[in-house]
Every structure is written in structure tokens, then in C-alpha cells.
Design a protein around this ligand. Sequence first.
Ligand code: PPS
Length: 305
Amino acid sequence: MFKLDIPSRPELFDFHGVSMTHHYTDNWENLQNFQARPDDVLIAAYPRSGTTWLCCILDLLYFGEMSPERQTSIPIFKRVQLLEGTFTLREGPGGTPHVLRGTDTLEKLPTSPRLIKTHLPVQFIPKSFWEQNCRIIYSTRNSKDNVVSYFHFECMTVIHPEPGDWSSYLQRFMEGKMLFGPWYNHVNGWWKKKQSPSNIHYVFYEDLVEDTGREIDKLCSFLGLSLSAEGKERILNRVQFDVMKSDNMVNHTILREMDFNISSFIRKGKVGDWKNHFTVAQNEEFEEDYKKKMKEDMLQFRSEI
Ligand code: PPS
């Protein structure tokens, strides 16, 4: 079990125009000066849009054949390290605190490539990733399922701010006062960056649910990897929802900061679960607001398949 030192839920504060908590800003200078390597692969996503699923796929693509024990012995959050995280770890009650910084861990990571995860909006990404023209995979999901998943997650973990009730949460999501900022700015900011010369591949959660194999093929062609039919089958088996949900190296049950009596980290895995949460009135208000915020953008999402 890992025991982080989190005495109470962190507060949100405005950080360069984005709502953040100190866990993701404490190490800002080192983060901004982080030295990316040309072969680094960055997996970027707004929280709760399929990041872990993609992390597992990429980890298997790069290291599945070479070191199968990696998947059975190392938790996914260590195999694919969060760039911006800063947490204090305490070994036993009253034990010596030990600060864990994503940047430090990544600097020591011996793998090539390094698989790196981030929830940062595009404007916060350290400039070395652009200078090195690193491959970046951006995972995204329709806003309604995203907010539902984010709500359940924030209810179950003290790592994030207090979520409050569902209806006030939904309002706050529309106002954009969420950890890592407004969903709307996040997905559009990354999308605009993709239109400029860059090395970004977008993956839609709905597409992954619809046809995981097809999306793995697209990933391989973006990453310049070749995969045998058997290798692909092995990956497809390993990343099925039920398999990941029961895999202790993936489902985060080893983290004491998550209360699995409240929800699950790998929860439902469906497109359209929002229908079980939004009232008719909430849906109308959300749609109206969505049209205003997304009117100039070409980005199209599917909220059902
Ligand atoms: S986090 O906390 O930001 O890292 O969360 P993230 O991994 O981005 O997203 C969690 C949601 O992805 C779902 N998930 C999957 N769906 C289908 N198949 C597979 N294999 C899978 N793995 C993860 C997970 O269940 C969360 O969505 P919800 O809607 O809450 O179930």
C-alpha cells in the first residue's frame, strides 16, 4: 500500500487563469525547466477521459513483449509517470516525509522511450516537449460523460478538492472552475495546437470503446511501430474493461487515498452514462451553454455511439 501525506482535501486556486491545487503547482520551476528527450511519448488528457486506458495500451506496445513482468509487478502510475505531480509520502505514522516529484522520477527513469502522462492544459506544457518535437497523444471524451466520471472520481479521492453535490458540481464544470481548468479550453487548446506544426495524435474515448483494435492500429502508425496480429490480440485482451478493472496494477486499489466504497477508479467504462445523471433540465442548460462555448470549434464529440 502507498500512503501519501494528505491531511485534508486541497483547495482550488487561480493559477495563471486556471484552477489548480498545490499538488500540481508546487514544483513549477522544475516542471517548466523539465528536459524532454526526442523519443519521449507524452500522453495528455483532461482528467477522466481515458488516460489510464491509453497508458496501458502504450505501455504494452512498447514494453509488453520485452518485459512482461513489468505489467504484473509495477503499478501503471509508476510505469507511466505523471509529470506535474508533487506528493509527500510518509512511511508509517510519524515517519519521515519524503517528497515525490514527477519530474525527479522521470529524470531517473531508465526506459526508452519514457512514457509520460499529463493533465496540464497545453499552455502549461514545458517548452522542451515542443523543441524536441516529441510525440504527443491527446486523449479526449465527450463533455457529459467526462463530467460524470470526474464527479465520481472526486467523490472517492482526497487527492482532489471537495466535489460537493452533483448539481453544484455540474454548474462548476460549466463555469470551468475545475482542477486543470475548463474542459472546453483544454480540448480546444490542444486541438488548436494540433493544427500548427506539431506531433499530436488525438484519440477519442468513444472511438476506443467502439473499436479498440482500429485505434491501436492508428496509434502504431503515428508512433511508427509495427505489431503482429498475435501481439495485437494480446494487447486487446489485456486492456478490456473487465480485465483492467480487476487488475491491481491498474485499478489503483493499492492507493489508500481512494475510497472504493464510494466509487471505483475504473468505474463503468461506458459512452452515454451521462443519461443516468443529467436531468432533462440539466441537459438542456448544458447543451445551450455548450453551443456558446464550442461554437467556433471544429472539434466534434459523440455523446452516444
Ligand atoms: S484519470 O483519473 O484522469 O487518470 O482517469 P482516466 O484514466 O483519464 O479516465 C478514467 C475513465 O476511463 C475509463 N476506462 C475505461 N473505459 C473502457 N475500457 C477500459 N479498458 C477503460 N479503462 C479505463 C474509466 O472507467 C473511467 O471512466 P468512467 O466513465 O468513470 O467509468
